[in-house]
Write a protein of this length. Structure first.
Length: 481
C-alpha cells in the first residue's frame, strides 16, 4: 500500500517536477536529429535507418509493463527504471556513433533503441498516473499541461542540439545518456502521491493559469527561435527525412478506447511520418518550418484541448468525445486540401492538423480515466498508445509508402525495382504522390465522425452523473475512479 502525503503544496511541487520529467520523456522525438549519423558513420542504408525508426516507435508506445507497475510500485521506482533504460539504450548508441566501440551488431543497436525509447513510456506513465490521481477534479487541465510540455520537448531538444551542441550527434547522444537520468534522479522524490483535493478553489485555478501561461510563453519562444534559425540557415539543412522514396515505414510522433479514436490516431501517424515528403511533393524544399509549425500547433491543441473540454464538461455537461467529432471533421477537410494540393494551403493545413492531433491526445486521457476510473488508468492509457506503431505499419508503410513509390516510379519511368536502387536520389513531385492516400484517410475520418457521435450520445448520461453539480463528483473510493 502506497503512503499518501498530505498537505496542499506537495501536489503542486510534484506537478512542477513532472513538467521537467515530461520534457525529458520527449527523447523519442529526437531520432531524426541523429539518424543521419547512424547512416553516415555506421554505413547503414535507408531501409536500415527506417527499421531503427520503427524500433524507436515500438519502444515509445509499448508501455503495458510500466502501466501495470504503477499500481504496485512508487513513482520514484518507475522513474528509476526509465532512467536506467535511457542510460543503457542511448549509451549503447553513443558508443556506436562515437566509434568508441566499433562493429556493434545491427540487431544490438535495434534493441538498444527499443530500450532507450521505452524509457519515455516509464517516465510518462509515472508522472501522468501520479498527477491524475493527485488532481482528480482537474483531469483535463492536468492532462493538457503534461501532454503540452511533452509536445514542446521536441523543440527543446532541437534547440539544445542546434544552438548548444552545434549539430553534433555524438555529443547529443551523450547528453541523452547522462541528462535524462540526471533529471529523473533529481525529480523522483518530488513526484509522489498526495491527498487529492475534493474541489478546485480559486488558488488552484490561479496555479493552473500560471503554469499554462508559462508553457505558452515557452512555446512561442521555441517556435520563433526555430523559425528564425531556419530562415538564417536558408536551405542548408542536411538532416535527411526518415521516409525516402522507397521507405517502408518511419518514426511516429507523438499520442484506444473506441474505434474512432484508433482510426484517427492511426491516420495522423501517416501524415507525421511523411510530412517531409508531403512538403517536397508540394514544392516546399525546407521542411524545418513545417515541422516547427506542426509542433507548436500540436502543443496548442494539447494545452487548449484539456482546458476547453474541462470548461464545457463542467458548464454544459458536454462529453469530451464531442471534440473528437469536431477535430475529425477538420481533419477530413485538411486531408482533402492535402490531396488536391491547393495553392497556399500547405501551411494552414499543417497548422490545423497539429491542433487536431493535440486536442485528441489531451482529450482521450481524461476521458478514459472518467469512464474506467484511475485504478487501472496506467494500463489503459498505454493500451491506447499501441495504435501508433500499428498505424505506422498499416497507414504509413503499407499505404502511403507503397503509393508514393508507385507514383515516383511512374514519374521517372522506372520499375519499382529500379526505384529501390535509387531510393535516396528519387522523389515524387506533385499532388498525385499522396492523393489516393489522403482520399482513403478522408474516408477513415468520415467513419470516425459517425462513430464518435455515437460514442458521445452513449456516454452522455455518465457525464451527467459525474458532473451534475458543476464539478467532478469524487466517489467514496477515490482511488478507483
Amino acid at each position: 500500500m502506497l503512503t499518501l502525503k498530505g498537505g496542499s503544496r506537495p501536489p503542486w511541487v510534484g506537478l512542477g517536477a513532472s513538467v521537467w520529467v515530461q520534457i525529458a520523456s520527449g527523447n523519442t522525438f529526437t531520432f531524426p536529429l541523429y539518424s543521419h549519423s547512424l547512416k553516415s558513420v555506421l554505413g547503414f542504408n535507408q531501409r536500415q535507418v527506417t527499421l531503427l525508426g520503427v524500433a524507436n516507435d515500438i519502444g515509445e508506445n509499448v508501455g503495458l509493463l510500466p502501466g501495470i507497475a504503477c499500481n504496485t510500485f512508487p513513482p520514484w521506482l518507475i522513474l528509476s527504471v526509465g532512467a536506467f533504460a535511457s542510460f543503457l539504450g542511448y549509451g549503447t548508441l553513443w558508443l556506436a556513433v562515437s566509434q568508441t566501440v566499433t562493429n556493434l551488431p545491427y540487431l544490438l543497436l535495434w534493441f538498444a533503441l527499443v530500450i532507450a525509447s521505452n524509457s519515455s513510456a516509464w517516465l510518462t506513465t509515472s508522472v501522468l498516473v501520479t498527477n491524475m490521481r493527485n488532481f482528480p477534479v482537474s483531469r483535463g487541465k492536468v492532462a493538457g499541461i503534461l501532454k503540452g510540455y511533452g509536445g514542446l520537448s521536441a523543440a527543446v531538444f532541437t534547440q539544445i542540439y542546434s544552438l548548444l551542441l552545434h549539430n553534433n550527434s555524438s555529443t547529443f547522444l551523450m547528453l541523452l545518456t547522462i541528462g535524462i537520468p540526471v533529471v529523473c534522479f533529481s525529480m523522483m522524490f518530488l513526484v509522489r502521491p498526495c491527498t487529492p483535493a475534493l474541489d478546485e478553489d480559486s488558488t488552484s485555478s490561479s496555479h493552473f493559469i500560471f503554469i499554462q501561461c508559462a508553457s505558452v510563453v515557452l512555446g512561442v519562444y521555441l517556435l520563433a527561435t526555430t523559425i528564425f534559425d531556419s530562415l538564417g540557415q536558408g536551405k542548408d539543412d542536411k538532416i535527411e527525412p526518415l521516409l525516402g522514396s522507397s521507405s517502408t515505414g518511419a518514426l511516429g510522433s507523438s499520442n484506444d478506447d473506441d474505434s474512432s479514436e484508433v482510426a484517427m490516431l492511426l491516420a495522423l501517424v501517416t501524415v507525421l511520418n511523411n510530412l517531409a515528403q508531403i512538403g517536397i511533393a508540394q514544392g516546399e524544399g525546407d521542411t524545418t518550418t513545417l515541422l516547427s509549425i506542426f509542433s507548436f500547433c500540436n502543443f496548442v491543441g494539447r494545452l487548449g484541448g484539456g482546458v476547453v473540454s474541462e470548461h464545457f464538461v463542467r458548464t454544459k455537461l458536454l462529453p469530451r468525445t464531442f471534440w473528437l467529432t469536431c477535430t475529425q471533421t477538420v481533419m477530413l477537410l485538411v486531408y482533402l486540401l492535402f490531396a488536391y494540393a491547393v495553392n497556399g494551403s500547405l501551411y494552414p493545413a499543417v497548422a490545423f492538423l497539429g491542433v487536431c492531433y493535440g486536442v485528441q491526445v489531451s482529450i482521450m486521457i481524461p476521458t478514459v480515466s472518467e469512464l474506467f476510473g484511475l485504478k487501472n488508468f496506467g494500463v489503459l492509457g498505454n493500451v491506447m498508445s499501441l495504435g501508433n506503431p500499428l498505424g505506422a505499419t498499416i497507414f504509413s508503410a503499407l499505404l502511403a509508402g507503397s503509393i508514393y513509390d508507385k507514383e515516383a516510379a511512374k514519374q521517372h519511368g522506372l520499375s519499382l525495382h529500379g526505384l529501390d536502387l535509387l531510393a535516396s536520389e528519387v522523389s515524387c513531385i506533385g499532388p498525385d504522390c499522396f492523393k489516393l492516400t489522403f482520399f482513403i484517410l478522408s474516408s477513415v475520418c468520415a467513419a470516425g465522425i459517425i462513430l464518435s457521435i455515437i460514442l458521445t450520445l452513449r456516454i452522455r448520461p455518465v457525464y451527467q452523473m459525474l458532473y451534475a453539480g458543476g464539478s467532478f463528483r469524487i466517489p467514496q473510493t477515490s482511488s478507483s475512479t
